[in-house]
Structure formats: structure tokens, C-alpha cells
Design a binder for this molecule. Structure first.
Ligand code: ZN
Ligand code: ZN
Length: 459
């Protein structure tokens, strides 16, 4: 057992990468797992965090939000440790249910179409089993975990997607704050992050670093970026083209379709149908159910304002019909991973000059989205596994900064606000993590732990 106040942290995933986030923390004989995600770019069992490093079952698993890089491996954890309890905010529990069932369907399709024999890593029954063992909690309401020592936990709005939270954990003698994915500024629908009271002394801060590698000058104020985006979308529609906006199903999709509807209502974007697809729509219903958690000024438009897109991957003829007249398509995946709707559409759209593909979120350098944005005309892009790459065509490609992650200076502000004794930087590319550690640690004890590493943190 640890000395009172000493906390040990083992990184199972998300160390030195934006990957399968999972961090085991233990203090005073209480072992907790923070997030349990899957790696979005890997395949098969490689997507999982290093769960074999968990010698004994954690007393609980706490989830920051329902993006799969934070919760995608939860059903595997439930199979390893039957009966393990999960905690998250009320919307996150419902969103996890939808995201994880979708993951099963995606894995089943990959097993069928790509012959990945290890898929699915879990089935719909495993998802239901895990979700039944979850407790939903309200933002800002502290509660004690059932554990051998009194550990108080509370969830605080992170401003990233609906239900997203930073987690405050007060062990006897050691207080920890884990930001999860955090967005400081308000988005179109969601308000910015809110933090625990200032008089709570934080010993250890675990902070995400996604944007740590992006220079400050590359961020623009929301209104300016919205103007630039509106002008670009309008121009494409007026020349008879279609606009593809690859977006995460959770968060970015709901934000973008409402922003686009507002831009059309105010005459800044030409009238045209806005299309969304299955999972984005299923999640939209959860946004509707918890619309009281959006900004007071936000108006979530009725879902039926947006057209449902058919299965364009299975039916190639559908793509031609869809692109016959100007429209806007907001579809997964945001990074245009191979074999997703956005990749299938982009493979066709890139060949025609009238169309445009506008990225609005983080792009990992290894993804087709990144290659399409930064490649030269004619460069090969692999939109579909097992098929020859498609050369980048003449369609317009651009990126707009609507990130749901805090900028460098906002991350630095969060650190200054908490004045922690220890800072642990996670969830970033190596460059981003290195920059953050060098420029924001302010003499605190700082760490950039790698997967498999255990660090000891004193209060
Ligand atoms: Zn996220
Ligand atoms: Zn994340």
C-alpha cells in the first residue's frame, strides 16, 4: 500500500500519443482507472490500452466523455473484471451506450469485409452488461466511491462535447484533477469549461495536450473563423458544388449542422440541403434530451431539419444522386479514416473541381484526411483499405479552426489556475507534449509518461 498522500500513476494508453486513453491511479489502497479508450488509428487488439498491466481489478472506472479514444475499451474491461463499476455524467452514460453499440457494428463490418478475425473485440451483450454497471452523476455533485478508503469524486464541465467532464478526485492526502479533453472557449452550442472552486488545492494535474503542437497564431477568434467558413461554403454552393465536412459523430456534427443552419437563416450561406448520417443523428437525439446543458443562448434545431443520408458506401450509385445538386454533407469520420462515409465521399468528390472538402477538427498526420489536406495534386490517398489509392484531384480542400480542444495558451491558463505540485502531460503528439512540458510547467514537477510507465507523485 502507498504511503498516505503518495499517488502512483500507470499509463496504459494515451502516454506520448493521442491514443487509447487509460490511466490507473492508486492511492491509500484505492485503485481507479481513468478512461478506458481505443486507439482510433490501430486495428484489432492493438487498439486496446495495455489492460494486462492491471494486476488487480480497479475499484472503479471513471470516464471523462464518450469519444471512443476515452471509452471504446470499456466492455473489454467489463469482461476482464465482471461487475466493475463505471461512473460518468448522465449524458455520457447514454452517449457511451450509443457509441459502443456503434463500435460493435463497425467491428463486425470490418470482420466481414476486411477479414479481421479478432473483430469484434466485444459484442452488443458486453456493451449492455457494462452500461448496466454504470452510474450516471450530475455535474458538480460530489459523491463517495465504494472503496476501502473515503475517496470523493466530482465531475466538472469540460466544454468539449455534451457530457464531457474534468474529474476531481480527493483521496485522503492527495487531490487529483484530470482534465480529459477540454475546451476553454464556448462553441456554437456548448459553453466553455468550468473548473472546481479555486480554494481546492490540486496536488496533481493530468492535462491533455492535443493542441500543444499548434502555434497560437494559427487559431482565430470563433466569429472571424465563422465568417471565413461561411464565405467558403457559400462560394462552393453558388458554383454548383457540394461541400463535405468530415466530422466526429459526437460533438462536431451537432455543432456544425446548427452553425450551418444559422448561417443559412441569416443569409450568409446559400440555401441547400444539409445531410447527416446514422450515428450523428442518434447522438443528436441525446443532445436534444439534455439541451438544458447547452449554452443558454443555444437553440438546438429540430433534427428533421437535416436530411438523412443513405448508405452511400454500400450503394455507389447513391453518391452520384447525392452530389447531383449543391448540398452540404456533415459526416464521419472527422479525420477521414479509411472505409468511412467521409472517405468514400471524398474519393469521388476530389475528382471534380466544383466540390469542396472542408476539415473542421484535429487531423492526425497518419490519416487520409491529413494527406488530402497537405498533399499535392496527384498524390495518392488511400480512402479504402484493400483498394488502390486514389490520386488527389482538383476539388477545393481547406481546413477551418473549430477545434473543441484548448489552445496552447488556454492550456497554460488552466495550469496557472490550478498551480499544481505535479503536472502530467498526456493525450498529445510527441511534439505537442514536449512543447507543453518545456513552456508551461513553471518549475512544477512535470512528467510526460509513456505507455507502461508508472510514476510516483507526492502530495
Ligand atoms: Zn474527445
Ligand atoms: Zn480524446
Amino acid at each position: 500500500m502507498n504511503r498516505n498522500g503518495t499517488l502512483s500513476l500507470t499509463v496504459l494508453g494515451g502516454g506520448g500519443e493521442v491514443g487509447a486513453n487509460a490511466y490507473e491511479v492508486s492511492c491509500c489502497g484505492v485503485r481507479l482507472l481513468l478512461d478506458c479508450g481505443t486507439h482510433p488509428k490501430k486495428e484489432g487488439p492493438e487498439t486496446l490500452p495495455a489492460l494486462s498491466l492491471l494486476g488487480r481489478p480497479p475499484h472503479a472506472c471513471l470516464f471523462t466523455h464518450a469519444h471512443v479514444d476515452h471509452c471504446g475499451a470499456a466492455p473489454v474491461l467489463g469482461k476482464m473484471f465482471p461487475g466493475i463499476r463505471g461512473y460518468a455524467t448522465d449524458p455520457t452514460v447514454i452517449l457511451m451506450d450509443r457509441m459502443l453499440h456503434n463500435s460493435v457494428s463497425v467491428m463486425e463490418a470490418l470482420a466481414r469485409e476486411q477479414g479481421i478475425s479478432s473483430y469484434p473485440l466485444y459484442d452488443h451483450y458486453d456493451v449492455n452488461y457494462f452500461i448496466r454497471h454504470m452510474t450516471g452523476v450530475a455535474f458538480g455533485c460530489p459523491f463517495f466511491l465504494p472503496a476501502p478508503a473515503p475517496v470523493e469524486v466530482s465531475f466538472h464541465e469540460a466544454g468539449h462535447v455534451l457530457g464531457s467532464a474534468g474529474i476531481l478526485i480527493q483521496f485522503p492526502g492527495h487531490t487529483l484533477y484530470y482534465t480529459g479533453d477540454v475546451c476553454r472557449k464556448p462553441q456554437f452550442l456548448l459553453g466553455g469549461a468550468r473548473f472546481p472552486r479555486r480554494n481546492i488545492k490540486i496536488d496533481t494535474l493530468i492535462i491533455e495536450s492535443t493542441q500543444g503542437g499548434t502555434e497560437e497564431g494559427k487559431h482565430f477568434p470563433f466569429n472571424e473563423e465563422t465568417d471565413r467558413f461561411a464565405r467558403a461554403v457559400d462560394r462552393v454552393l453558388r458554383r454548383g458544388g457540394c461541400v463535405l465536412i468530415p466530422s466526429f459523430a459526437l460533438g462536431r456534427t451537432q455543432e456544425m449542422v446548427n452553425l450551418l443552419a444559422y448561417l443559412q437563416e441569416t443569409g450568409r450561406v446559400a440555401p441547400a440541403d444539409i445531410y447527416t448520417a446514422g450515428l450523428g443523428r442518434a447522438i443528436y437525439e441525446v443532445y436534444d434530451k439534455f439541451s438544458d446543458l447547452l449554452k443558454p443562448s443555444a437553440w438546438l434545431r429540430p433534427l428533421d431539419m437535416f436530411k438523412r443520408m443513405g448508405n452511400v458506401v454500400a450503394e455507389p450509385g447513391e453518391i452520384r444522386n447525392l452530389l447531383a445538386k449543391p448540398c452540404i454533407i456533415v459526416s464521419t469520420s472527422g479525420m477521414m479514416l479509411p472505409n468511412t462515409l467521409s472517405a468514400a465521399l471524398a474519393a469521388v468528390m476530389t475528382q471534380e473541381e466544383r466540390h469542396a472538402i472542408f476539415f473542421v477538427g484535429y487531423l492526425d498526420p497518419d490519416t487520409p484526411g491529413y494527406k488530402l489536406l497537405h498533399g499535392a495534386p496527384g498524390d495518392p490517398v488511400s480512402f479504402e483499405l484493400g483498394k488502390p489509392p486514389v490520386p488527389k484531384g482538383p476539388a477545393e480542400v481547406a481546413a477551418f479552426r473549430f477545434s473543441a480542444h484548448a489552445t496552447r495558451s488556454e492550456l497554460a491558463e488552466i495550469i496557472d489556475r490550478f498551480e499544481p505540485r505535479n503536472i502530467v502531460y498526456v493525450h498529445g503528439d510527441p511534439d505537442a507534449l514536449a512543447w507543453m512540458r518545456e513552456n508551461t510547467a513553471n518549475g512544477c514537477t512535470s512528467w510526460v509518461p509513456m505507455i507502461g510507465q508508472t510514476i510516483t507523485l507526492e502530495a
